[in-house]
Design a protein around this ligand. Structure first.
Ligand code: HGY
Ligand code: MN
Ligand code: MN
Length: 423
């Protein structure tokens, strides 16, 4: 994937339309909008359907050839002067429960802006260009995350994904049918050749802002391990049961929360650990809980350290269960090894950002992205723009308009180059 210089930055790159871009970000952000800001569009809910309908409408207005596949991924393709596999942009438009308007959405809307800027300028690329939004990137309602792109690429079987039961008891297949996005386009890499994939995304962390840098040339994505634990103890009276006789599922959950924090601090480096969801039953002030259901999210850029953190967690839980006289079962919700993006793509992002006069640095992604799955099937790169205060998965998520414009211009230039390469 060699760099070709048949594009001078100034001469051939058409301008984008900032008002249109920001208008679409706000319009999509208005679907599933939360009181006081932010957005909730959990995958395959009515709000997700409404967001999908809006983006589909934009794709159709652009005259794209739109395909909806059997897991609900939506791909809009703009023809090139030649056929062949497209250069694809994209991300996701599902959000967490307290999401911002940029996570995922920016990458999809930026892709549409790139296509419309080319239309406005009458530029036809050699290769086709595509914009995709993948189903259920967040994995918050239905695990694993990156579900749609995993099925698109082929490493997750369609029927397994469709049978997945979510946190509210519904299945992906039922909800996909219910919202009318169970498409008929085939899934799997063989049916969906992609020449290269580029995803623009907010950093969702503090690095770029802290260093006053506008563009991140993302080197890869750290490893991710999600585990769900079910603890079964004995409910009993909170007032009459001596401590030595308790089998307290809530206590076990609390000990694990403390343990994973201490483990992350001890391992240091990029290790992080989070207990993000916790349910106790019967969840009453005067009853010792007999049931705890909680999740542990472990991540590290180093695959060996991630494995070490998993092994130490499971060993700790086994010991704790025996000491407290409770039963503990666990199941994996998601597991991804660290990913490194195609070096040529990282170089290209870094070089173009420089050429356009933006400050740029390389960095790994702490968050998971569809790009880490597309990287299994084609040369893939990511462009980061800063997150104000390093905040994301929070209604206060924000990125300055001028940083967004910088990111979209880098995306436009990267995609234009890739669409002209000979190989
Ligand atoms: O969890 C993640 O990193 C992503 O937002 N799904
Ligand atoms: Mn995202
Ligand atoms: Mn996210």
């Amino acid at each position: 994937m060699k760099r070709t210089d048949d594009f001078s930055v100034t001469a051939a790159v058409p301008p984008i339309n900032p008002e249109r871009l920001h208008g679409r970000l706000q319009a999509l952000g208005g679907i599933g909008a939360l009181e006081g800001g932010g957005v909730c569009r959990l995958a395959l809910t009515d709000a997700d359907r409404a967001g999908r309908d809006l983006v589909l409408d934009w794709m159709q207005q652009l005259g794209l050839e739109v395909r909806i596949d059997a897991i609900g991924n939506v791909v809009g393709t703009r023809a090139g002067s030649e056929g062949g596999a497209p250069v694809m942009m994209g991300s996701h438009i599902d959000t967490v429960r307290t999401g911002g308007i940029y996570d995922g959405n920016l990458g999809v809307i930026a892709g549409l802006e790139v296509l419309q800027a080319l239309d406005d300028a009458g530029v036809r690329t050699r290769r086709p260009l595509a914009v995709a939004f993948f189903t259920n990137e967040e994995g918050a309602r239905f695990a694993p995350d990156m579900m749609g792109s995993l099925v698109f690429q082929g490493d997750l079987a369609l029927d397994q994904a469709l049978a997945t039961r979510g946190i509210d008891g519904s299945t992906v297949g039922e909800e996909l049918e219910r919202i009318g996005y169970a498409g008929d386009a085939p899934v799997g890499a063989a049916a969906n050749p992609v020449h290269a994939y580029v995803e623009l995304h907010i950093e969702q962390g503090p690095v770029l802002e802290a260093e006053g840098i506008t563009i991140g040339a993302v080197e890869g994505v750290q490893g991710i391990s999600w585990t769900e634990f079910t603890v079964t103890g004995t409910s009993n009276h909170a007032g009459t049961t001596p401590i030595r006789l308790r089998h307290d599922a809530g206590l076990v959950a609390g000990c694990v929360i403390r343990f994973v924090r201490d483990l992350a601090l001890e391992l240091g480096g990029d290790q992080v650990a989070t207990v993000g969801s916790l349910e106790l039953r019967p969840n009453l002030v005067n009853v010792i809980p007999n049931h705890a259901l909680f999740t542990v999210d472990l991540r590290n850029t180093d695959g060996d350290r991630l494995r070490e953190s998993e092994q130490r967690l499971f060993a700790y839980v086994r010991e704790l269960a025996s000491a407290e006289g409770v039963e503990v079962s666990h199941r994996s919700l998601a597991r991804f090894e660290p990913v490194r993006f195609h070096p040529g793509m990282v170089d290209r992002v870094e070089h173009i950002a420089h050429e356009l006069g933006h400050s740029v640095r390389r960095l790994p992604s702490g968050a998971g992205h569809d790009a880490q799955i597309l990287a299994r099937m084609c040369p893939t790169g990511m462009i980061f723009v800063p997150s104000a205060g390093g905040i994301s998965h929070n209604v206060r998520e924000f990125t300055r308009p001028e940083e967004i414009i910088a990111g979209v211009n880098v995306l436009l230039r990267v995609v234009l180059e890739l669409a002209q390469t000979d190989d």
